[in-house]
Design a protein around this ligand. Structure first.
Ligand SMILES: C[S@@+](CC[C@H](N)C(=O)[O-])C[C@H]1O[C@@H](n2cnc3c(N)ncnc32)[C@H](O)[C@@H]1O
Length: 244
């Protein structure tokens, strides 16, 4: 269910479109924004209890890296077959963390989920059975992506898994263009105007840097993951499951 206000951030013409940031304005409309912008977001979150419960182990840690408003953490806390797990929900946006804390306090989930305001590069990962990195690696500097995925691999227990979701780019420019066109049509059908679509594209241009499918697969294999699968694909949005 969508509890946030409608996203109208780019509805009016801006003299200068600044780089996209996860500030209070975005946090206020984030749920609506991500559902109307990311194909498969709702389907992925509906499937999350199934995926997570396949990998959760007793007395282990779960990390939701770039958790935003904690959709994944909350879904796992509510559906986990084990109650003795500790979920760490990590984000470096003050506004997201504040709203998530308020949300958890209302639902009595604040013992199972520990919210951490931090860059995910500075988080220790240990005794993990499940790590979620949904639509966040694309916002991390390219030069730091391998280190992050290596660190996740090192902190996972044997049999644990990383769930990675990303918007991808394509080696084939025509395929890339086709996917972008389809994605923009998805946004139009979700009631975003031409102005909203073009200003958001400009705001994200230097901020959301997409890797190709091949780059993701190489990075995951290089880190040591023995089994890497595409779990879901909606247009140019892909979810990978990497098992240690
Ligand atoms: C697209 S949102 C993620 C959505 C969320 N995982 C979900 O499924 O609802 C990206 C999030 O990553 C956070 N983020 C970006 N870079 C980060 C970093 N270096 N450390 C921690 N959080 C980061 C942003 O603040 C934002 O909340």
């Amino acid at each position: 269910m969508n509890r946030s206000e409608k996203d109208r951030i780019y509805a009016n013409k801006q003299n200068e479109v600044n780089d996209f940031v996860f500030d209070e304005n975005v946090a206020d409309v984030f749920e609506d924004m991500i559902q109307r912008s990311v194909p498969g977001y709702i389907a992925l979150n509906q499937m999350l209890p199934v995926i997570a419960n396949t990998f959760l182990q007793q007395n282990t840690h779960i990390y939701d890296l770039g958790c935003s408003l904690g959709e994944a953490s909350i879904s796992i806390a509510k559906s986990s077959v084990y109650k003795n797990i500790q979920i760490y929900a990590v984000d470096n946006s003050d506004a997201m963390v504040k709203q998530l804390q308020e949300r958890l306090a209302k639902q009595d989930l604040d013992t199972m989920i520990k919210v951490i305001l931090s860059d995910i590069a500075n988080i220790d990962i240990k005794n993990a059975s499940f790590v979620i990195l949904n639509y966040t690696l694309q916002f991390i500097q390219r030069s730091k992506r391998n280190d992050l995925v290596n660190k996740i691999y090192a902190g996972l227990n044997s049999g644990g898994a990383l769930l990675l979701s990303e918007k991808i780019t394509y080696q084939d420019l025509e395929e890339d263009k086709l996917m972008q066109r389809l994605h923009e049509n998805f946004k139009r059908l979700n009631d975003y105007s031409e102005l909203e679509i073009s200003q958001k594209r400009e705001a994200l241009e230097n901020v959301l840097i997409r890797d190709t499918h091949e780059q993701h697969i190489d990075r995951l294999h290089h880190a040591g993951f023995s089994e890497v699968s595409v779990l879901m694909k909606y247009l140019n949005f892909v979810t990978y499951l990497a098992i240690k």
